[in-house]
Design a protein around this ligand. Structure first.
Ligand SMILES: [Cu+2]
Length: 503
């Protein structure tokens, strides 16, 4: 009799929980979305014609809020803007000095649209590219010209925590701070963005994101003429008002803010004039929450040569490259046999068109790296369980507390972490798991070795519902670092913990 009573109680709690969750989600996400169609709300999420991983759990009948469907835009095309390669203020010996200012500006996204207030680094939107030469010290004067606190987080850089720009390194409105970064890692495409408590998602959405290229003279076999045969593509989805304005408050989704329009380096419908047979494209998923599946319109392969933290073991030809928020991929596109324009698509939607004319011959020599062979049944030293949705997300059952250290480690330690994505009653969704201050190796996914495109350094790893991903990491810098879900609204809602590394 006693157990029957318990059952009633538990069932009651469960149903109550579902109702509360649904109420929270519907309130937080579906009120303002004027573009939302009924099909989508009913869970018919197949309008892109793909049922990729990114859709998992995001639009089902009892899904995680509403993921906007991407749509092709009929805006006139514009040349792809290439972020400025920031010139150092000065270079003395082995030290390079830069200045980076977070500023308010305005941007017009549509030809006939209104201007929006946007944020940028050293400009109206997004930011410049900073070259970080391996082996040198880079000193950056960071200035906050916003009306609110921000931080300058160097995503993917292996540096001490007090330089890392996490929530503990807030720079108040109008203030300066200087960071000193010793660059000691492989050539790679990293990026920088804000990370202040409670304001990260909105500041990124409004435009704060810049590029960091760790460079090394030794990497000479690859196209590296910036803006010519080596181009960055910061890809983001955004939702706009009927006037063409960005409005985070109106479109904020507690389970991850998505949009129906794709921006490449901040612009809708871009074109790039290809001048060389081989083009190196550095893809950055700078979205708040959307996973992208990238393809070429001619069905040819993208050749992935690098992941988040540097080169892969070997070039990997892929029809589709999937990136979750925060992840990067460097790809080579071979235009030598191509005569017509080719488009780059995200989830089947064209956003950048490569116009192919006379091409210079390129001879390339793709460097590779060697990852240490690891047994897939390596025992885990720690287990982190990602769980929940909307504003009820957690890691190991806890939400972020800046006063609590979740994991303590010693500098020089190597650990294996098993990251598990525990599905919820709605199925769950993919969480991109990011750790500050380290580059790690993926050892296994559900016990199987990682795919070739994950055999390289990483700092952000996608963990699908019900999946277990093992990674190996070595702590080389000290301080209190963040680890978190890179769906920025999840991070904001507390899907974040603190790792303290001591001597
Ligand atoms: Cu998440």
């Amino acid at each position: 009799m006693k157990s029957k009573g318990m059952w009633f109680l538990l069932t009651g709690i469960l149903i109550g929980g579902i109702l509360v969750l649904l109420a929270v989600l519907f309130n937080g996400t579906w009120n303002h979305n004027n573009n939302m169609n009924q099909d989508h709300m009913m869970g018919n999420d197949s309008s892109t014609g793909q049922m990729g991983d990114h859709m998992m759990g995001n639009g089902g009948p009892t899904g995680h809020g509403a993921t906007q469907n991407l749509q092709a835009s009929d805006e006139p095309t514009q040349p792809l803007p290439i972020p400025t390669a920031l010139q150092p203020d000065r270079v003395t010996g082995d030290t390079v000095y830069y200045t980076v200012e977070a500023t308010k500006g305005t941007s017009r996204f549509f030809k006939d649209g209104k201007k929006s207030e946007t944020f940028g680094y050293n400009g109206n939107l997004l930011g410049p590219m900073l070259e970080l030469p391996k082996g040198k010290t880079v000193v950056i004067d960071t200035i906050n010209r916003l009306d609110e606190p921000t931080t300058f987080h160097w995503h993917g850089l292996v540096i001490p925590a007090d330089m890392d720009g996490g929530p503990h390194q807030a720079v108040a409105a109008g203030k300066h701070a200087q960071v000193r970064l010793d660059i000691d890692q492989e050539p790679s495409t990293l990026w920088f963005h804000p990370h202040p408590m409670g304001l990260t998602a909105e500041q990124v959405y409004k435009g704060l994101a810049g590029l960091l290229y760790v460079t090394d003279d030794a990497q000479s076999g690859l196209p590296n003429d910036y803006g010519v045969d080596d181009i960055p593509l910061i890809v983001q989805d955004r939702l706009f008002t009927d006037n063409g304005e960005l409005d985070y408050d109106a479109h904020m989704n507690v389970d991850g803010t998505t949009g129906d329009t794709i921006l490449a380096n901040g612009v809708i419908n871009t074109t790039f004039d290809v001048q060389t047979e081989t083009l190196r494209v550095r893809l950055v998923n700078g979205s708040n929450a959307r996973n992208f599946d990238f393809t070429l319109s001619n069905g040819e392969n993208l050749i992935q040569i690098a992941g988040d933290g540097g080169l892969l073991e070997k070039p990997v030809p892929l029809k589709t490259i999937s990136l979750t928020p925060g992840e990067r991929a460097e790809v080579l596109i071979d235009f030598s046999q191509v005569e017509d324009d080719v488009s780059l698509e995200a989830d089947g939607v064209t956003f950048t068109t490569f116009r192919v004319g006379e091409l210079d011959k390129t001879s390339i020599d793709i460097p590779t790296t060697k990852t240490r062979e690891r047994s897939t049944d390596e025992k885990a030293d720690r287990r982190l369980t990602l769980f929940g949705m909307g504003n009820m997300v957690s890691i190991n059952g806890k939400t972020f507390d800046p006063e609590r250290i979740d994991i303590e480690a010693k500098r020089g330690d190597t650990e294996v972490w098993e990251i598990e994505n525990k599905p919820d009653m709605m199925g769950g969704m993919t969480h991109p798991f990011h750790i500050h201050g380290v580059q790690f190796r993926v050892i296994s996914r559900d016990g199987s070795p990682p795919a070739d495109q994950e055999k390289g350094w990483k700092d952000t790893v996608a963990v699908a519902p019900d999946e277990q991903v093992k990674i190996e990491l070595t702590f080389t810098k000290t301080g209190t670092f963040m680890y978190h879900c890179h769906i920025l609204e999840h991070e904001e809602n507390g899907m974040m913990g603190q790792l303290k590394v001591t001597e």
